[in-house]
Design a protein around this ligand. Structure first.
Ligand code: UDP
Length: 488
């Protein structure tokens, strides 16, 4: 029997992007793969992802889907994230059980019509413990994959220590600049405001958001092993702490670079990026970038979930225009709070801002981000500090300006500015003056040069980690070895 790995991500853009890349890497290493997602997201992948089209043709790689329990016509926009999560947990759990039971019957039947065989192991998104419980119940060994930053995961593990040290909950009206000492390895730079967003809102351990992240994080210790999308040279200290609770932790990242290295020949003439896109990419921005001078463009994107008020959006817009820099900005149709219907957003922009945008700006609804970041015209990335975006910027050697929105982004942005020193942290600051000042700092003068130098050095380390013999390369080999052993 061949080893056959079920890869089951949470259905959201960042999760699908990184887990589909892992799935392809495992497939290239000779494993059979089933990539399980929800029917809604699978239909979006069929529409917008070239990677999906390519992998659907590959022998030994199957896409399967189950319902997420929400009505078909309902949008799964940023505003409905919690609803999607709850529906998946409560409604899809039994569907997943049925799916796995029907697969496990393949043992007697050996192979179904399209060659689909018995699953021998599962790599599950660590934020879905229900799937881990079902698989464990049915005797399928499970590995947890977390798509968030390792520094955030370690802070979640430390929640009991924070409570014991009296550092959590924060006092009401307390100073958010107060130092946190109970997260080992981060004593010298971590402040209350840098802890993931759940900590700031919670008044005690019964807070639903905090309980959720803690329970989800603790559940990973039940898995056979743990996978993180990072590399030793960037996250070695945090990884060594995580390994005190999850001894078999594989650091396999940056996944998109590992994959690009492995499939460069397949991708060399492609006209589409190697992403699990749920939206249509607007590739016209690459043509626009081609016409801009080297290192001159600020790329602005807040990922797939972050939302803001239209006042905030206008402050960003004024700040960008006032900085005098060129900019490429991803304005998703649901970027502004409360807008759910795709294409229903209308922005009223002052004439002088509109004029400046025509002169030196480019706006798109969704960009081929990996290609944008790799473009020579890029100067810096104004980002919400999502973990995939951060890694993509690291690999491209592009300095960041961080405007963290929620979850792990608050702590990731602190690491970007204070630990890796490859960007500036705009956390909790608002207004056009701040945006203008930070954009100038990241694009012009001595500070900009320092940031670029550190970002270039980190990009080099990322590259080394995925080369033959590099730390991520070696961890991938160990993971593949383990997965193959589940077939015997
Ligand atoms: N992304 C993209 N085009 C865009 C904006 C984002 O392809 O216009 C991709 C980006 O490359 C990244 C993912 O969407 O892989 C966003 O994931 P991240 O973890 O950065 O943030 P999230 O969306 O989960 O908040």
């Amino acid at each position: 029997m061949a080893a056959h790995v079920l890869v089951f991500p949470f259905p959201a853009q960042g999760h699908l992007n990184s887990m589909l890349k892992l799935a392809e890497l495992l497939s290239l290493s000779g494993l059979q793969i089933t990539f399980l997602t929800t029917e809604y997201h699978h239909s979006r992948l069929c529409l917008h992802s070239q990677t999906h089209a390519r992998l659907s043709q590959r022998p030994g790689f199957w896409f399967r889907s189950i319902s997420d329990g929400l009505p078909d016509q309902k949008l799964r926009s940023a505003a409905r994230l919690l609803e999607l999560y709850e529906s998946l947990t409560y409604n899809s759990s039994s569907l997943f059980r049925d799916f796995l039971i029907s697969n496990q019957r393949q043992e007697t039947q050996q192979y179904s019509e399209d060659g689909w065989s018995r699953i021998t192991c599962m790599v599950v998104d660590g934020i879905m413990p229900f799937a881990m419980d079902v698989a464990t119940d049915l005797g399928v060994p499970t590995i947890a994959f977390r798509t968030s930053s390792p520094c955030s995961i370690w802070s979640y593990f430390c929640l009991p220590s924070l409570v014991q040290a009296g550092e959590f909950p924060f006092p009401e009206e307390g100073d958010l600049d107060e130092r946190i000492h109970a997260v080992p390895g981060m004593e010298s730079f971590l402040r209350r405001r840098d802890l993931p967003s759940f900590f700031r809102k919670a008044r005690d351990m019964n807070d639903p958001g905090l309980r959720f992240v803690y329970e989800v994080t603790a559940s990973t210790t039940r898995a056979k092993a743990f996978i993180l999308n990072t590399f030793e040279a960037m996250d070695g200290t945090v990884l060594s702490h995580i390994r005190t609770v999850c001894p078999t932790t594989y650091a396999i990242g940056p996944l998109h670079t590992m994959l690009r290295r492995s499939v460069s020949s397949l991708l060399s003439n492609t006209t589409s990026s190697n992403s699990a896109n749920l939206r249509e990419e607007d590739r016209s921005c690459l043509t626009w970038l081609d016409k801009q001078p080297k290192g001159s463009v600020v790329y602005v994107s807040f990922g797939s979930f972050a939302v803001m008020t239209d006042e905030d959006l206008m402050e960003f817009w004024h700040g960008l225009v006032n900085s005098g820099q060129r900019f490429l900005w991803v304005i998703r149709p649901d970027l502004v709070n409360g807008v759910e219907e795709e294409g229903s957003q209308s922005l009223s922009v002052p004439p002088e801002v509109a004029e400046a945008t025509r002169e030196r700006g480019c706006l798109v609804a969704w960009a081929p981000q990996e290609e944008v970041l790799a473009h020579p015209s890029l100067g810096c990335f104004l980002t919400h500090s999502g973990w995939n975006s951060t890694l993509e910027s690291v690999v491209a050697g592009v300095p960041m300006i961080c405007w963290p929105f929620f979850v792990d982004q608050q702590i990731t942005s602190r690491f970007v500015s204070q630990v890796w020193k490859i960007g500036l942290d705009m956390k909790d600051m608002n207004g056009r003056e701040v945006v203008e000042r930070m954009v100038r700092e990241a694009m012009e003068g001595e500070r900009a040069q320092e940031l670029k130098k550190s970002a270039t050095a980190m990009a080099e380390k990322a590259r080394e980690s995925v080369e033959e013999g590099g730390s991520s390369y070696m961890d991938l080999q160990s993971l593949v070895h383990y997965l193959k052993s589940t077939a015997s």
